[in-house]
Design a protein around this ligand. Sequence first.
Ligand SMILES: *[C@@H]1O[C@H](CO)[C@@H](O)[C@H](O)[C@H]1NC(C)=O
Ligand SMILES: *[C@@H]1O[C@H](CO)[C@@H](O)[C@H](O)[C@H]1NC(C)=O
Ligand SMILES: *[C@@H]1O[C@H](CO)[C@@H](O)[C@H](O)[C@H]1NC(C)=O
Ligand SMILES: *[C@@H]1O[C@H](CO)[C@@H](O)[C@H](O)[C@H]1NC(C)=O
Length: 565
Amino acid sequence: MYRNLSKYTLVFLFLALSGLIFLLRNIHTVENWNCHSISALYQLQSRIQASFIQVHLPTFHPNHTFCAHLGQKPSPEDELEERYLLESIAWPGPPPRSSPSSLRQTSDPVHSLFAILPTKEGREWHVGDELEALVQMHDFQGRPKHYGGDFLLARLHSPELGAGVAGRVVDHKNGFYSALFPLLWAGTAQLEVTLVHSSEAVAVLQRLREERPDRVFFKSLFRLGFLSETTVCNMCLPPDQQPLCNYTDLYTGEPWYCYKPKMLSCDTRVNHAKGGYLKHIVTNKEALLFQSGVNIKVHIHPSGPDKVTVLPRRGTRHLHRTAPSGYYYNDTWRPLGGVTMRHFNQSSAVSQCLKNKVINMYGDSTVRQWFEYLIALVPELKEFNLHSPKNVGPFMAVDTTHNILLRYRCHGPPIRFSTVMSSELRYVSNELDGLSGGRNTVVVLSIWAHFSTFPVGVYIRRLRHIRQALVRLMDRAPGTVVVIRSANLQALDQEVSLYNSDWYSLQLDQVLRAMFKGLNVLVVDAWQMSLAHHLPHALHPPPVIVKNMIDMLLSYVCPEKKSQT
Ligand SMILES: *[C@@H]1O[C@H](CO)[C@@H](O)[C@H](O)[C@H]1NC(C)=O
Ligand SMILES: *[C@@H]1O[C@H](CO)[C@@H](O)[C@H](O)[C@H]1NC(C)=O
Ligand SMILES: *[C@@H]1O[C@H](CO)[C@@H](O)[C@H](O)[C@H]1NC(C)=O
Ligand SMILES: *[C@@H]1O[C@H](CO)[C@@H](O)[C@H](O)[C@H]1NC(C)=O
């Protein structure tokens, strides 16, 4: 300890001395010495920083097992669950030997078609029936595809009625897909089928996820006195390149590493930030699979009518093969099962619902959006200035009249925010362990968007820790209300696709739903709420969708009082 300290002091003295020499050589006037000295030191400092950032960017060796090896070994049950989860989201890829030699042999939305079944005229549709459409994929040469794996979205909607519902897409793995919908409203219903990515593009995304978890990188600033250095950080770093600082969390075992700064010690880390996105991670040929307006989120045309007229319900009911979590009608979300939707149009209704409650929100910016929505809606809910960095937090709002406390904190690494102080970098599960909980505590979680660049095992491990903490919380404080916001769709171009495609989000979302099934938590289905809506997909959905999500949250926190009859 002491030896380290003295060695360290020596190093520091040496550096201070060099800095001074540097200064003296650069200062031409003795006047304004103070001013000059400070700015020269900062210049020196930023020069050190700049040179280190270049030096420290790792060259990553593709290695399937790399991330997995850096975490703690899971228990046999956890390993079994993980295997089951990974199998449940297995995605069919192009068969190895028929891998296409050019773009012309990949799925082309313009040449592909869908048809509502049965195609012959005269079928009557009623509320309660199931609508099926068949999609046939073709390549750019117009030839039918013979394997599956395309990522399609389907939506049934009625602009006049403000109605919309997400469809379930079934991959027949031979170039054909079914889109299934329950008919939920009377009137017109129009079908929309979208190719998000071709199967060939999904194969590229899948490879990137396993082999290039470094394609988003992070950085940390280390500082002591006038000295500062910035190094690259990530969940897994090639250990053979430079010494590492190990920030593995002691409670959860969640791994996190930075390259060790040259001069400073690991405990001088002051912040964590998004470093950037690696470029040129796909070949020119692969890049052709990700063209806006060509094969990213392009509608597929109908071969016949794309509309049906739905008549009111008749006696018999179909057994549906698909059960959406809800649908829009009159631009308002109507959940199917679980929560009875209430509308909190007035701020007074929100205050009344949240009276005497502490609401803790944890996660990425999609739940921070809920925080922002609530404080904008309820004037008495005043944000308390914690002097936190903009968009990063932590944030807190208080309504002293109604005794409401609302808090937001971002999740731990790999949070991709601008700059989070090390002291504010916390894992959600550890925060949950610090809650007393109880009937007046609401916990809201949204954790998905920053995990898409990692193998799914990383996400499973994170959710497992959060689930364990939630179970502990609900055991020690029954009545704690827990709400989880699922992933949603977003606007995609080539850039966004390679790091954050909806395909990644879909896979994570399926894992999330499976892992929290059977727990006493509400999952707000942001996925279907963004898919069923007519507004364009956005990482941060527009206010009208957020309003529906908040209504879901509040309807769950404050269910309608049952009438006495
Ligand atoms: C991947 O990384 C792990 C851990 O560093 C190592 O044991 C393994 O041999 C590597 N595999 C390949 C294929 O390079
Ligand atoms: C980092 O620390 C954790 C916890 O102390 C340990 O389990 C892990 O092996 C360490 N990682 C490396 C690469 O040394
Ligand atoms: C539709 O919503 C509007 C307000 O946005 C409301 O005034 C109207 O009554 C609603 N109509 C139905 C049929 O629910
Ligand atoms: C609240 O607004 C929704 C849609 O904007 C509407 O359908 C509903 O009738 C309104 N409810 C109340 C209580 O005002």
